[in-house]
Design a protein around this ligand. Structure first.
Ligand code: NAD
Length: 480
């Protein structure tokens, strides 16, 4: 597929598609070869203002649109995404790098998320409270918070925007979204599906541009009532501080993790290896819930490390357009030195390189799937999320040690454990500090269940019935 077939990223403001004309911009690159696919137009300050005003002007009509009618549009958009799977998946692989099969799954998953949100939006009930003062009726209303500013990353440029757009629109909010500059066409495809599904102009607006400039303008814009961000803890902290200064605006922060995996002495090692191989190397490890720190009980350590390393060596790393590819390149050029440095520093500090550790070739941003063992706790990779295809395996003597290690960091997004004991499972459920825990499986990010972190991994949930809350305000009404 050529750059021309990939499509031209555009702004979408008040129902109008806007190209690069007279705007500055930057190239969107194919991470498999570093070649330009298209030019991304940067929104001007006037564009960002128009997008915020469009979201504000559309809000009253959209919040008064019956939830059933909103749900029908969202479901229709989901159907259109499914119909367009092949085209959208191709664009996603070209701009982000993941294997085509993973891109197809992502399109379907985004559609499922929209369906869930459409249905759940119809169930945002308030409640009647029995009044303790005679002659009064007390009720609690749930109302949409208002126009939302959303910032989304490049690792899942369909799933993450679908979560935010689906929930916000289902309960009656409008939105201005700034997608990651690396992956603009995926989000444009979502907007196109909504437009074709009959979404009124201005309900969803897309602005591309320089993240720091667009976020500052949008967060400070007087009509914006709510901020939602998925990305690194460092950027999330900046945006949350800005939102506080801009008028104590509400925030949802889906930030980084550093997921521990506790492989207990009674674990099914084959299951642990098979499940964790997929979870670790999907999307080249560029997932905030990717398992990275494996704490493996002494009794099963050697067999786990050996099998996991062999399976890692067998992975096929290639351009995502190649049907044999099981792992594509990293998403952009900054990720290669970032991952490489973490690995090399760990080795310099005494870690053993079981496999991988190097960049592959000079074309594109490929990095070998990597396993490190005996990594000192002080190594940066044990403390900072590598956001890449690297696993660290650490021997532990007891369940207590594994839990202490799992909880050692100031992050708490995903966590995983493998055990045959219901008693251990109950203890882990209680004691592991994380927003999500998968025991003997990885089903922790589903449309029906809340996704979110604790500690510096952020606050607020996406998904599940909890995923509607960030877009709603609560009003108590007392009538005499
Ligand atoms: P980065 O911090 O440059 O960018 C990460 C994302 O944040 C991009 O999508 C970018 O557009 C956005 N961003 C950056 N500065 C922003 C700002 N001031 N306002 C609004 N948005 C802003 O880092 P990177 O090199 O692209 O990725 C590095 C780190 O980002 C990773 O190590 C990982 O921790 C984090 N990340 C997390 C997720 C996630 O799903 N939680 C996704 C992508 C990246």
């Amino acid at each position: 597929m050529s750059g021309a077939e990939y499509g031209q990223p555009q702004l979408f403001i008040g129902g109008e598609w806007i190209g690069s004309k007279d705007r500055s911009g930057e190239d969107v690159l194919n991470p498999a070869n570093g070649e330009a696919l298209a030019e991304l137009p940067h929104a001007t300050t006037q564009d960002v203002d128009r997008a915020a005003m469009a979201a504000s002007e559309a809000f009253d009509g959209w919040r008064r649109t019956p939830a059933l009618a909103r749900a029908r549009i969202i479901r229709k958009a989901a159907d259109l995404l499914r119909e367009r799977t092949e085209r959208i998946a191709l664009s996603l692989t070209l701009e982000q790098g993941k294997p085509l099969a993973q891109s197809r799954i992502e399109v379907m998953a985004a559609a499922e998320i929209l369906d869930w949100c459409a249905d759940e939006g119809r169930r945002t009930y308030g409640r009647i409270v029995p009044a303790s003062v005679p002659g009064h009726q007390w009720s609690v209303l749930r109302q949409p918070v208002g126009p939302v500013a959303a910032f989304t990353p490049w690792n899942f440029p369909l799933i993450i925007p679908a979560r935010k757009i689906g929930s916000a629109l289902a309960v009656g909010c409008t939105m201005v979204m700034k997608p990651a500059e690396e992956t603009p066409v995926s989000v444009n495809e979502i907007a196109r599906a909504f437009e074709d599904a009959g979404l009124p102009s201005g309900v969803l607006n897309i602005v591309h541009g320089i993240p720091g400039e667009v976020s500052e303008q949008l967060i400070n814009h007087p009509v914006i009532r709510k901020i939602t961000f998925t990305g690194s803890t460092a950027v999330g902290a900046q945006l949350a501080a800005m939102a506080a200064k801009a008028g104590v605006k509400r925030c949802t922060m889906e930030l980084g993790g550093h997921a521990p995996v506790l492989v207990c002495e009674d674990a099914d090692v084959d299951l642990a290896v098979k499940t964790m191989m997929q979870a670790k190397f999907r999307n080249a490890g560029q997932i905030c819930i990717a398992p990275t720190r494996f704490f493996v009980h002494d009794r099963v350590h050697d067999s786990f490390a050996d099998s996991f390393t062999k399976a890692t060596q067998a992975l096929v790393t290639a351009d995502g357009m190649d049907p044999k590819s099981e792992m594509g390149p990293l998403a952009h050029d900054r990720r290669v030195p970032a991952v490489e440095t973490l690995v090399h520093e760990a080795v310099d500090q005494g870690a053993k390189l079981a496999t991988g550790g190097e960049r592959i070739g000079n074309a594109g941003y490929f990095f070998q799937p990597t396993v490190l063992t005996d990594v000192p706790d002080a190594a940066r990779i044990m403390n900072e999320e590598p956001f890449g295809p690297v696993a660290t395996i650490t021997r532990v003597a007891s369940l207590d040690d594994a839990i202490t290690q799992a909880n050692r960091l100031p992050f708490g997004l995903a966590s995983y454990a493998f055990t045959g004991s219901t008693h251990t499972a109950a203890r882990l459920s209680d004691e592991v500090e994380a927003g999500m825990l998968g025991i003997n499986n990885t089903f922790i990010s589903m449309p029906e269940t809340p996704f979110g972190g604790v500690k510096q991994s952020g606050y607020g949930s996406e998904g599940g019935i909890e995923g509607m809350d960030p877009y709603l305000v609560t009003k108590t009404v007392s009538v005499s």
